[in-house]
Design a protein around this ligand. Sequence first.
Ligand SMILES: [Zn+2]
Length: 299
Amino acid sequence: MIFINTYNAAPDYYLQSSAVDNLCEKFRFIRRFAIGKSLCGRKITALTIGNRKNPALYAAAFHGMEWLNTLFMLSFCEELALAYRNRSSADGVNVFTQLQKRGVTIIPCVNPDGVEIGLHGSESCPRYKKLIDSITSDTSSWQANARGVDLNHNFNAGWRELKKREMKSGITKPSATRYGGTRPFSEPETVALKNLCLKNRFSHVIAFHSQGREVYCTYGNTPERSVVLGETFAKLADYRVALPDKIAVGGGFKDWVIGYLRTPAITVETGLGKNPLPLGDYLPEYKRIRRALFKCLFV
Ligand SMILES: [Zn+2]
């Protein structure tokens, strides 16, 4: 592995922003843009390297506790940028040549408010503090956005069926996890991702979650390339290809990308243990998945 910055703190909004500033200063060819803003006005940042036509999309931290994936995305972006600048290979992948054909867009954190609530409590979202406090006094396991909607239950893919399952499980109102909102795309974060995908024709999509060291690649009439992508990732990272729990079927970003856009997509559940995974898992797990991250850009 070539030398990269290592991170020794959880990536709250401030640390994320300064890490992205550093990356973009070091590598001027990285295109940085905001795909939208969270409920509390935090930018949802995207970084693109290479060809802007038909790139792959990697997106992470849909859930508040899953910020270790933000670090994976920042490290991966840095390794990719270094290889691109040096016109060198990484793990047998000729990054420069490949990225000129097909670039990548990386979103290190889809849910900046959720991560902030998990790390700094309800004070980090003053407008929604009352609501958050009414849901839980322990925000360390917060997964949703600032008004208690689980972003990965808010996409328009089997949303009604998912809603029925939520109700059966007793989830009927804003919650720290698994409440899908009053309608699909009711949240600015999911709308931002939807608009990005409608504007760009992504070659394929990987959504990063935690935990379980598992890969989910099916939704309804699944494109063959989705399965190839899932199997490739699983093989290289020594993860398992899995079928989701019933409540996790539908409503997710990967489901909408497959079901509506007919674009190959997978969900990767990184790491093993209890969320939030400890900071100490960052480097060992990154080393475990980095080969899969490189190779899956060009599947
Ligand atoms: Zn998740």
